[in-house]
Design a protein around this ligand. Structure first.
Ligand SMILES: Nc1ncnc2c1ncn2[C@@H]1O[C@H](COP(=O)(O)OP(=O)(O)OP(=O)(O)O)[C@@H](O)[C@H]1O
Ligand SMILES: [Mg+2]
Length: 241
């Protein structure tokens, strides 16, 4: 489904990532780990088509995703619709004047009826236990509240592939447990999950496979969750990145 071969992206003279090889099948749950600044967010933004590779190849469902593909809006609409992306910084994601409008924005653009949109909004507010935030201004919310609203606003679109960039940051243990439970349910329902994290134990029960970036901005390990369970010292390393 998602295949990147020898992929590289740079910001001017600053390397985002290089020589990255990654393959994710439909319905898998995968974690991207690695130190600060190693390239996780840049890779996730490339997968959803916010950046195009400068070197190498990205193929999504037999379609090459490159500058030409991404510059044609006939392509990008259906392509973007498959992904729900929760940004690492929620404040860049939220731009509506109420939480209700924020959650309604995505499904409204999918052409659903007003009633169906409101039903999805209500369901997601309830799922994330944030009904109390419905009429608040997203910009005024705390960091943790913004994160929950950002996750809810992605779930209202019911995308096939859910990408979460450090979703647990700033959340209390109670909400971390709730998000874990929701991501598990989504995975069991057949969604593809890609998640980045600095703490293996946070995502341990969620993922099938882990890709590990080094400080040198490239993926140096790919390992299954089952293999990891036999490697307590490596788990210790991955839990303290
Ligand atoms: N807009 C930008 N302009 C220039 N360099 C950038 C930009 N965004 C990221 N970088 C650089 O690209 C590299 C990879 O950054 P990225 O944000 O992908 O890392 P990360 O692994 O997500 O880090 P973190 O764990 O801190 O979120 C870093 O060296 C970073 O400084
Ligand atoms: Mg990041």
């Amino acid at each position: 489904m998602i295949k990147i071969t020898n992929g590289a992206y740079t910001y001017g003279s600053q390397t985002g990532f290089h020589d990255v090889n990654l393959q994710i099948q439909s319905g898998e749950a995968v974690c991207i780990m690695g130190p600060n600044g190693s390239g996780k967010s840049t890779l996730l933004k490339t997968i959803v088509g916010l950046f195009s590779l400068e070197k190498g190849k990205y193929v999504f469902n037999n379609q090459q995703i490159d500058k030409t593909f991404l510059s044609d809006s006939d392509n990008t609409g259906p392509f973007y619709q498959q992904f729900g992306f929760v940004f690492q910084n929620s404040d860049v994601q939220l731009f509506n004047t109420s939480v209700n409008d924020e959650l309604a924005f995505g499904p409204e653009h999918l052409g659903l009826s007003k009633e169906d949109v409101q039903q999805r909004v209500n369901d997601c507010l309830k799922l994330l236990k944030i009904e109390r935030l419905r009429d608040r201004v997203p910009y005024h919310l705390s960091g943790g509240e913004q994160k929950l609203v950002a996750i809810a606003s992605v779930l209202t679109m019911n995308p096939d592939i859910i990408i979460l960039d450090e979703p647990f940051n700033g959340l209390s243990p109670k909400y971390r447990a709730l998000i874990t439970q929701i991501v598990k349910q989504l995975h069991h329902a057949g969604k593809t999950i890609i998640i980045s994290s600095h703490h293996f134990n946070q995502i341990r029960s969620l993922v099938d496979r882990v890709y590990v970036f080094s400080e040198d901005h490239t993926i140096t390990r790919e390992i299954t969750a089952d293999q990891l369970e036999e490697m307590p010292r490596f788990i210790d390393y991955l839990d303290n990145l």
